[in-house]
Design a protein around this ligand. Structure first.
Ligand SMILES: Cc1cc2nc3c(=O)[nH]c(=O)nc-3n(C[C@H](O)[C@H](O)[C@H](O)COP(=O)(O)OP(=O)(O)OC[C@H]3O[C@@H](n4cnc5c(N)ncnc54)[C@H](O)[C@@H]3O)c2cc1C
Ligand code: SF4
Length: 481
């Protein structure tokens, strides 16, 4: 019998009629949430290996047993992919890892990515989170199920695909492009993915640090996609600014003559901070540091002049989000002297409940990542005034404490200065203030846009969901719907 494939969509067997929750017992009342946790700081801080640990099989199954199989499972609603944690948690609890993977893979093409780096919107929406702030461990369960599926050989390339004679070019090999390419390929389209970088993954590979996502995990999936018939062409920046009225790109016409094009090109432009001194050596966009570090770990060499390193430096990260946090972890591993992270907005509320975004919405509460735990001064309500330097090199950043006051005319609160400006000593400053949403003209009907490029900078799970939805749209286009 053919084994389950990496991508094959299996109908979920009906689990209706099973009594009680995943465990058939109120395990959520007796088994506390247990996270695998991180490697100890003294151990992880000196390498770029993944920081997250794993539970043993018994503990993992026990965690899966906590799922209540709610009548109205908010986790389905919260997950952009519509993943069904109660179904695969049930299979996992019963020890049927293969079924658990099939159920998971029915909605999630690459659960080994989300299992590692998804912020787990589903867990925030879990009814147990409302009940006692101890939601099920869906994200970790997802990673465990997928690793077991690879280990046991449940994931095999699907090679018996009936081709339909249509060609699709996917531009960009990030999670959105990969998800679109995967579904289109399984539907029978001949898919070629064009990627300007030297390898696939987009921000999975050249943004997210190795200590959150080991790049061998991406390589393993790309190998499967290649075996399933997707062609990858690297080192090609396709000119997407010149698409003619027939949906043709000159370069692709000479090469492939695709019948449809999917643009999955992400958000290439980082938000800049145009303060005096921006040109000083030592002021960089976050991705300059992060992508270079990931390339160094992949064995690519940089000259001393090109190399961006935090070694022996006081580092200032401007921007309080996840990209900033990744800079902190990277700076630690490079051997920085200190790290400070500043944010212009106020400190988010602490604790599990965000009154502005009540359950089952995702709470915008204070997030402390593994990188923050490794050591960092965090400050909020800080505006950046000027980059200061000597002989062309950054020595410090002049900042100003501010406050936000309600706008008497309504709308955005007004920023007011508080106290005197101060200087934060820094030889390396990283700008982590987000990315600009690309603008797209109205394209011909055979050109589609997905992922961050369509929706603005977001999450891997949303990019994948967008890629899958776009594959459906491409298919509907060819079917004349
Ligand atoms: C530092 C950092 C950390 C993050 N951490 C997380 C996290 O922990 N969890 C999470 O869920 N999300 C995280 N995100 C967000 C997440 O990575 C993105 O939302 C997601 O990767 C977007 O996927 P995408 O495929 O739309 O775009 P991208 O991943 O940006 O991929 C776009 C691809 O298109 C290629 N490309 C662009 N233009 C062209 C062209 N003209 N020709 C050919 N190729 C082209 C690019 O080289 C790139 O490979 C993080 C983002 C950053 C920056
Ligand atoms: S992809 Fe993210 S939100 Fe969806 S089930 Fe997995 S962890 Fe939850």
């Amino acid at each position: 019998m053919e084994k389950n494939t990496s991508t094959q969509i299996q109908p979920a067997p009906s689990l209706k009629g099973r009594a009680g929750g995943a465990s058939n017992s109120p395990a959520f009342l007796t088994v506390p949430r247990q996270e695998a946790g991180y490697r100890p700081i003294h151990d992880r801080i000196h390498d770029f290996g993944e920081v997250e640990q794993t539970l043993n099989t018994r503990e993992r199954k026990l965690q899966a047993s906590r799922c209540m199989d709610c009548g109205v499972p908010f986790c389905h609603w919260a997950c952009p992919l519509g993943n069904k944690p109660p179904e695969w948690n049930n299979a996992l609890f019963k020890g049927d890892w293969e079924l658990a993977y099939r159920l998971l893979n029915a909605t999630n093409p690459f659960p080994e990515f989300t299992g590692r780096i998804c912020p787990a919107l589903c867990e925030k929406a879990c009814v147990l989170n409302r009940f006692n702030h101890e939601p099920t461990t869906n994200r970790e369960d997802e990673a465990a199920i997928t690793e077991m599926a690879f280990q046991e050989g449940f994931i095999q390339p699907h090679t018996n695909i009936q081709r339909n004679g249509k060609k699709v070019a996917v531009i960009g090999a990030g999670p959105a492009g990969l998800a679109a390419a995967n579904d289109l390929n399984l539907m029978g389209y001949q898919v070629t993915v064009f990627e300007k970088n030297e390898a696939a993954g987009g921000l999975l590979r050249y943004g997210i640090p190795n200590f959150k996502l080991n790049k061998a995990i991406i390589d393993r999936r790309i190998k499967l996609l290649e075996q399933e018939g997707i062609e990858f062409k690297y080192g090609i920046a396709v000119d997407i600014d010149h698409i003619d009225s027939l949906g043709h790109i000159e370069f692709l016409e000479k090469l492939e003559k695709p019948d449809a094009i999917v643009l999955a090109t992400g958000t290439p432009t980082a938000r800049d901070l145009k303060a005096p001194g921006r040109e000083l050596g030592g002021v960089h966009f976050a991705l300059e540091l992060l992508s270079q570090q990931n390339r160094v770990l992949a064995g690519i060499e940089f000259s001393k002049e090109e190399r961006i390193t935090a070694k022996g430096k006081d580092v200032l990260v401007i921007g309080g989000g996840d990209t900033g946090s990744d800079c902190i972890g990277t700076a630690h591993r490079q051997g920085c002297k200190s790290v400070t992270q500043i944010e212009i907005m106020p400190k988010p509320v602490e604790g599990p409940v965000d009154p502005q975004n009540p359950w089952p919405n995702y709470p915008r509460t204070l997030k402390t990542t593994s990188s923050h735990e490794e050591g960092c001064t965090r400050r909020w309500n800080i505006n950046t005034l000027e980059f200061l330097g000597k002989e062309g090199k950054l020595t410090g950043v002049k900042v100003q404490e501010i406050d936000w006051e309600p706008n008497p005319n309504g709308g955005r609160p007004i920023m007011v200065e508080k106290g005197a400006p101060e200087i934060i000593k820094a030889e390396l400053c990283l700008l982590a203030m987000g990315f600009l949403k690309p603008e797209h003209p109205e394209y011909p009907a055979n050109v589609f846009v997905c992922g961050d490029s369509a929706n603005g900078a977001s999450l891997v799970v949303r990019a994948m969901a967008s890629g899958k939805q776009t594959a459906e749209k491409v298919h509907a286009y060819f079917q004349g719907k």
